[in-house]
Design a protein around this ligand. Structure first.
Ligand SMILES: Nc1ncnc2c1ncn2[C@@H]1O[C@H](COP(=O)(O)OP(=O)(O)OP(=O)(O)O)[C@@H](O)[C@H]1O
Length: 242
């Protein structure tokens, strides 16, 4: 299994952010991590990317525990954080080349991979422009291209479409779904925008630190006797509120 989370709990001073969360992601699956502000999504991402130390529970990346990860296991992970981490003064190409060198890609391999990802995200014409000159949608595409450079098997994205217009949002949603279908990429996509999930995507509902559902979006809608994912989510989480 690409990513397994077992009995994960996390507490900040005075606040439980995650309470006994367990799930496993199947290969090639698009998983929407659905939760309102404060549900615990970013905390979960922080633990999976080792920005936060695991207090209780376990995370396995392709069978390797994150408590003692190998370099090979860590290379299986790509991440797009909520806040952009691009260098605005560097060009698109320079941002990607820097990341490729951090990932230890040989220069010839790095050039080839950068070309492929620029083409995939329709950025080739922008490769020489400083990131500062790109619009928000194109900047997000650069971050995705960068996250895919080392060909990870698992991609984590924390609310990647926040603040983007409709066209940019659907470009990203469609391209990441294609990566799952065509390349077998496993995706965990945190969002509170319900239309970003397709019927066959897995919907993981996180509410007040607890995982309330983990099933196909269509199944969740049926089970909650709702017309769409948003009302299914509301039915599920309202029933759970204190
Ligand atoms: N450093 C911190 N110290 C104390 N409490 C925190 C800290 N970081 C997060 N929290 C709290 O933990 C809970 C979960 O936060 P988290 O950021 O993981 O949620 P989220 O689902 O990512 O929300 P958002 O969409 O707003 O980023 C929230 O109640 C938040 O206020």
């Amino acid at each position: 299994m690409p990513l397994v989370i077992e009995n994960l709990s996390h507490r900040y001073p005075g606040k439980t952010a995650l309470a006994d969360v367990s799930f496993r992601l199947a290969p090639g699956q698009f998983n929407g991590l659905l939760g309102l502000n404060g549900a615990g999504k970013t905390t979960l991402f922080g633990l999976a990317t080792r920005l936060l130390a695991i207090q209780r529970g376990s995370i396995y990346l392709q069978g390797h525990s994150l408590a003692r990860p190998t370099m090979a296991a860590l290379r299986g992970l790509g991440v797009v954080f909520q806040q952009s981490t691009l260098d605005l003064d560097l060009t698109v190409q320079q941002n990607l080349a820097y990341h490729a060198s951090l990932q230890g890609l040989r220069p010839s391999m790095a050039r080839a991979r950068i070309c492929q990802e620029l083409a995939r995200f329709e950025l080739t014409d922008h490769h020489n422009r400083p990131v500062r000159m790109l619009n928000g949608g194109h900047r997000r595409r650069v971050e995705l291209a960068r996250a895919m450079l080392h060909q990870p098997e698992v991609l984590l994205l924390d609310e990647p479409t926040t603040g983007l217009d409709v066209a940019s949002r659907s470009f990203l949603v469609e391209h990441v779904h294609q990566l799952c279908r065509k390349q077998g990429l496993t995706v965990l996509w945190a969002t509170h925008l319900f239309d970003e999930l397709q019927a066959s995507d897995q919907a993981l509902v996180l509410h007040q630190g607890r995982l309330l559902a983990n099933q196909a979006a269509a199944e969740l809608i049926r089970e909650q006797q709702s017309d769409n994912l948003q009302s299914a989510f509301e039915a599920l989480t309202q029933g759970d509120s204190p």
